[in-house]
Design a protein around this ligand. Structure first.
Ligand code: NAD
Ligand code: UDP
Length: 311
């Protein structure tokens, strides 16, 4: 039986990943300090005999008694709303925290996957974004605590691979949505859905002409596992290339939730990327992976879940 450590396993993506790994017959050790994750995300897994929780802050060095085959390092806040609230914690999770996860992988001779992000491309001057693009990041802007620490994390992962011969995988994750996002998380999906189902105005930042490409969480998790299981060591974009404007996204949420909320427009935050769309040619070629869930389908499931939480 193989064992996977999932840091950030009580978070949105992490909890879905733990679930799928368990269903594939792995033993899963979730490491989380609940900074942005929630106990309820893993409540249903606590009874499973192959699941255990280590409540721990990964910025403090850690190990586990079991042998470990895979380390999925997902522990990091991810909502832009957190960038101004807990910037130092974000930078430490993505530097010291990543180092501690890498040290665990070295100690256990495990393969490690780092959850990187499309944010390493910053305000991209190349569109769609390929892995070969080096990015355009403001080092002192509102998003820099996240963007720059995630870039540092990639460099650290590659330094460990070179120095220790560690088997590393780097997933550049693009905007992902689905059940178990925190209701007050501040990202566009929870905001728009909560506003739509409560009959409140939909808060569009700027004119809503900026674009994003939204990937449903089950597709994303399948991509992470395919990358971990592959023999490809360089960064790979994992996301859905279907690009839409934020205004179109709002209108889709309104349509699917049958909401009569109105659109309202406020100022655009600093350095908010104007366009974002992954080029997933590499993932298709190297992993045989591509997303399957259409936005309308994924949004319907997500809206249903948010509706159940609201009651
Ligand atoms: P999330 O906030 O739901 O999950 C992050 C988890 O990490 C939480 O459970 C949190 O409590 C935990 N955590 C944070 N700091 C920690 C620490 N120091 N020690 C232990 N646990 C800690 O966010 P998410 O959306 O599930 O993101 C998961 C990962 O994927 C993150 O690394 C994020 O940067 C990356 N990512 C996510 C997206 C997305 O659209 N969701 C996009 C790009 C990258
Ligand atoms: N956004 C918005 N209204 C909101 C929240 C977000 O218009 O209530 C916009 C935000 O400006 C960005 C996009 O939606 O252009 C995606 O934002 P999110 O915070 O989800 O993630 P990002 O892709 O910026 O990291």
């Amino acid at each position: 039986m193989k064992t996977a450590v999932v840091t950030g396993g009580a978070g949105f993506i992490g909890s879905h990943l733990c679930e799928v790994l368990l269903s594939k017959g792995l033993r899963v050790i979730c490491v989380d300090n609940f900074l942005t994750g929630q106990k309820q995300n893993i409540e249903h897994l606590m009874q499973e005999k192959n699941f255990s929780l280590l409540e721990h802050d990964i910025t403090i060095s850690f190990t586990v008694k079991e042998e470990v085959d895979f380390v999925y390092n997902l522990a990091s806040p991810a909502s832009p709303k957190d960038f101004s609230k807990i910037p130092i914690k974000i930078m430490l999770a993505n530097s010291i925290g990543v180092k501690n996860s890498l040290d665990l992988a070295v100690e256990k001779k495990a393969r490690i996957l780092q959850a990187s992000t499309s944010e390493v491309y910053g305000q991209p001057l190349e569109h769609p974004q390929k892995e070969s693009y080096w990015g355009n990041v403001n080092t002192i802007g509102e998003r820099s605590c996240y963007d720059e620490s995630k870039r540092f994390a990639e460099a650290l992962v590659f330094s460990y691979a070179g120095k220790f011969g560690l088997e590393t995988r780097t997933a550049r994750i693009f905007n992902t949505y689905g059940p178990r996002m925190r209701l007050g998380d501040g990202r566009v999906t929870p905001n728009f859905i909560m506003q739509a189902i409560s009959g409140k105005d939909i808060t569009i930042y700027g004119k809503g002409l900026q674009t994003r490409s939204f990937c449903f969480v089950t597709d994303l998790v399948a991509g992470l596992i395919a990358l971990m299981e592959s023999d490809y060591g360089k960064p790979v974009n994992i996301g859905n290339p279907h690009e839409i404007t934020v205004k179109e996204f709002a209108e889709t949420v309104l349509k699917i939730s049958k909401s009569e909320s109105k659109l309202s427009f406020t100022s655009l935050p600093e350095d908010d990327p104007v366009r974002r769309k992954p080029d997933i040619t590499l993932a298709e070629k190297k992993l045989g992976w591509a997303p399957k869930v259409r936005l309308e389908e994924g949004l319907a499931k997500t809206i249903e879940w948010f509706g159940q939480q609201k009651r």
